[in-house]
Design a protein around this ligand. Structure first.
Ligand code: SF4
Ligand code: SF4
Length: 128
């Protein structure tokens, strides 16, 4: 699952994440992070058989866990299917369909933002 993890200043220096990885043997991938001593948030991908137990542990330690279904959103009203974003995606999460429409697969998206900056019509936005 992908989720935003929110940290209050009181827990930002604690080794909660490394403890969670060790205890629950999960795969943990940081996609984006905005953290400083005043707190912050991290977009992560968590997977493993004990994923739910790990999330429960993080919440008990004071991390707010907000699961997300979408990393980016494409506004179909603004998208003109120019294809400029397709080749820039490092994980091939954007593809051209048989009808030449451009689609984003949020399962594969890692939130790098390359497509956002490449779009001439500002059709793509990162979910916050
Ligand atoms: S944010 Fe990055 S990974 Fe996600 S669709 Fe855009 S280019 Fe691909
Ligand atoms: S760059 Fe923008 S307008 Fe072009 S296909 Fe991608 S989302 Fe659509």
């Amino acid at each position: 699952m992908k989720a935003w993890l929110k940290f209050l200043p009181t827990i930002v220096n604690k080794a909660i994440m490394s403890d969670a990885i060790k205890i629950y043997d999960i795969d943990f991938n940081i996609l984006r992070a905005h953290i400083n001593p005043r707190g912050g948030k991290m977009l992560v991908e968590i997977s493993g058989p004990q994923e739910n137990e790990c999330i429960q542990y993080m919440e008990e330690q004071g991390i707010e866990v907000i699961p997300i279904m979408r990393v980016v959103q494409k506004d179909s009203e603004k998208c003109v299917d120019c294809g400029a974003c397709v080749s820039l995606c490092p994980v091939k999460a954007i593809c051209i369909q048989d009808d030449w429409g451009v689609e984003i697969d949020n399962q594969n998206c890692i939130g790098c933002g390359f497509c956002v900056n490449s779009c001439p019509t500002k059709a793509i936005s990162l979910m916050e």
